[in-house]
Each structure stands twice: as C-alpha cells, then as structure tokens.
Design a protein around this ligand. Structure first.
Ligand code: 5AD
Ligand code: SF4
Length: 342
C-alpha cells in the first residue's frame, strides 16, 4: 500500500480498488495526511486563503434529509437579509481585509437575477472576488450571475451514489445536479463541489467514487466534511460521520486534485476542537471565516455544534489568523484563484 500511496503522491493517479484500500486501512492515515500536506505545499504553497462567508438567507425550498434548513423544519427562525444589509456586511468584510466573499443561502427563490444582480454588482465594485453558493438554478440564471461579477460557484454533489442521492434529496434529481455543475463550467465559473462523509448507507466505495468524480470534473474547489445528524431532520437518529474519515477523504482529495482550493470546513471543527487546523495540515489551504453578524449566525444552522455562532466577525477572523500563524502558515495576499497547471 505504501508504494501505491507514493505513486498517488507522484502522479495523482490511482485505481478505484486501491483508493478503497487506502480508505479502509487506518494504519496509513498519518502517511496520507503527510503526503497531502507535502503536495499542498508544493502546488498551492503555504498561504491560507481567507474567504468571508455571508449567510444571507436561510430560506430553502428544498428538503434535504440531513439539513436543518430543509423546508419542513419548522424549528428554525427564517430570515432573509435586505440588499443593504448584505452590502454593509461586504463593506465590513472589506475593512477586515477580505478580498473574497462567499455568498451563501438556502435555495430561496426570492433572490431572482433581478434582485441579486444589483447586489453582486455593488459587491464587485468593492473589489471582491465573489463565490456564490445558492443551489440549483437554470443555466440562464447562472449566466446572469456570472455577467454581474460572480467568479466562482459552490455546488456539492453531496454523494455520487445516485441511489443514496435520491434517498436523501426528496424531489431533487441527481441528473439535474450534474447538469448544473456542467452549466456552471460552461458559463465560465471556477467550480467547487464536494460531498458529505458518513451518510447512512454510504460505503468506502461511494467515497472513492466521490473522490474520482472531483478529479473527473477537474473541480477547482473541493469542500467536504462529516455528516453531522441534526435533531430537527429525518436523520436525527443516524450515526453520523467521523472526523478522521472526513479528514482522510479531504487529504485524498488533495492528492487527486493537487492544485485545487480545498477549505478546512466548519463541519470539521464541529467534531474536533482543532478540526480546521488539522485539516490545514492535511491538505486544506482555504478557510471561510463567517462574517455574518448577530442573530443571523445562530439561525443559519445546518447541523448542531456549528462553531462561532456567538462570535463577531472580528473575533472569528482574529482567532483564525492567530491559529494560522501558530502553525507557521501565512495569509494569502491575493484573491486566491485556482492557479492553473501549466
Ligand atoms: N452535516 C454536515 N454538513 C451538512 N450540510 C448540510 N447539512 C449538513 C449536516 N447535517 C452541508 C451540505 C451542503 C453544505 C452547505 O452544508 O453538504 O452542501
Ligand atoms: Fe436547502 Fe442546501 Fe440545506 Fe438542501 S443542503 S435543505 S438545498 S440549504
């Protein structure tokens, strides 16, 4: 297995069966983390890119079985920020030194291109690179957002097992998910995808397929984390993912997609107090500090144990900067686009 790992580190290639063996063998964890850390240093370097996250609406028309924002969950205080609020948060993020913003929401049909494009233009005028994470839309809507200044788009595939996908996404279609990812690419976005690790019924073979999928679509960004059961969802009683396996899938994502941008996700920290730092030391190179303010933070609850719900943006950013410095890494000084391979 050691030889297969060395080969993977050198070539970014691996057979599916071998990938499953790496996933199954706990004795290789540290070696995989170290390999991912080396590849991260060689390809994207020591800079950690910070993206300010604005959670601008928690209203969602979808009903994903794992997510606290699913439409059938009545135990959530729903909110939708006004355009002025979103822009004010962006200005604040600018003052805090951010150069990239991630605008995230549930699938909220209130935000049509007519309403969202002026907001994007105003934020663009502040000099930000903009990432959108607002779900499935028709191609012409993606095109409108690209034209208004959005640069990147995050849309996790969640799982490439279409049976599991169907089970956990009532009323949604796996094929449409794929079509959306293709449309985003077509419109010229940097495309981010990712998966949940530890969904009920998910096998190591499924995770291997997820990893090979990220490579097959040449994902520019890969965001993944453990599935964390939420008591207000149909998966309340499910076992949930474990930190170590999620970290391992993330490290393997780095080995398969050496120059991708890979965030150390908040879900990693929900399961381990040093989760994001360990992720940064096992392949990740991006952190998305939450710059949403006040009560909104505590209302945007996908899963329990989300860190920093009572923090201010200043505190979140300060704490993260210190942690990054403490492990000898630097803060990215540019907008952190994926550096294309030669
Ligand atoms: N546990 C972990 N991650 C979750 N997400 C949604 N619900 C959960 C949960 N219970 C993730 C999904 C989605 C992203 C925004 O949050 O993968 O794409
Ligand atoms: Fe809505 Fe996204 Fe949650 Fe699904 S994962 S219910 S689309 S916010």
């Amino acid at each position: 297995m050691q030889a297969i790992l060395e080969q993977l580190e050198k070539t970014a290639r691996i057979e599916r069966d071998d990938l499953i063996k790496l996933l199954a063998d706990d004795s290789l964890d540290e070696a995989i983390f170290a390999a991912a850390d080396r590849v991260r240093r060689q390809t994207v370097g020591d800079a950690v890119h910070l993206r300010g996250l604005i959670e601008f609406s928690n209203i969602c028309k979808q009903n994903c079985c794992y997510c606290g924002l699913r439409r059938d969950n009545a135990n959530v205080h729903r909110y939708r920020m006004k355009a002025e609020e979103i822009i004010r948060l962006a200005e604040h993020a600018k003052a805090l030194g951010f150069q990239t913003l991630v605008l995230q929401s549930g699938e909220d049909d209130y935000f049509t291109p007519e309403r969202l494009t002026p907001i994007l233009k105003a934020i663009k005028a502040l000099g930000f690179a903009i990432t959108l994470s607002i779900g499935e839309k028709p191609p012409e809507v993606y095109a409108a957002y690209k034209a208004a200044g959005a640069d990147r788009y995050l849309l996790r595939i969640e799982t490439t097992n279409s049976t599991l996908y169907g089970r956990f996404h009532p009323g949604m279609s796996f094929d449409n998910r794929l079509a959306c990812l293709a449309a985003l690419r077509e419109e010229g976005f940097e495309v981010g995808t990712g998966c949940l690790v530890g969904l009920p019924g998910q096998t190591l073979g499924d995770l291997a397929d997820d990893l090979l999928f990220f490579q097959a679509i040449d994902a520019d960004m890969i965001g993944l984390g453990p599935f964390i059961p939420n008591q207000d969802t149909p998966l309340a009683e499910a076992a949930g993912g474990n930190f170590q396996l999620a970290r391992k899938v993330m490290a393997l994502a780095r080995l398969l997609r050496p120059d991708a941008n890979i965030p150390a996700t908040t879900a990693m920290e929900a399961l381990h107090p040093q989760g994001r730092i360990l992720a940064l030391q096992s392949g990740a190179n991006v952190i998305m500090p939450n710059v949403t303010e006040g009560d909104y933070r505590s209302w945007y609850v996908l899963y329990p144990g989300k860190v920093g719900v009572h923090d201010t943006p200043e505190n979140s950013v300060e704490a993260i900067r210190k942690k990054i410095a403490a492990i000898g890494r630097t803060i990215g000084q540019d907008q952190g686009f994926r550096s294309k391979r030669p």
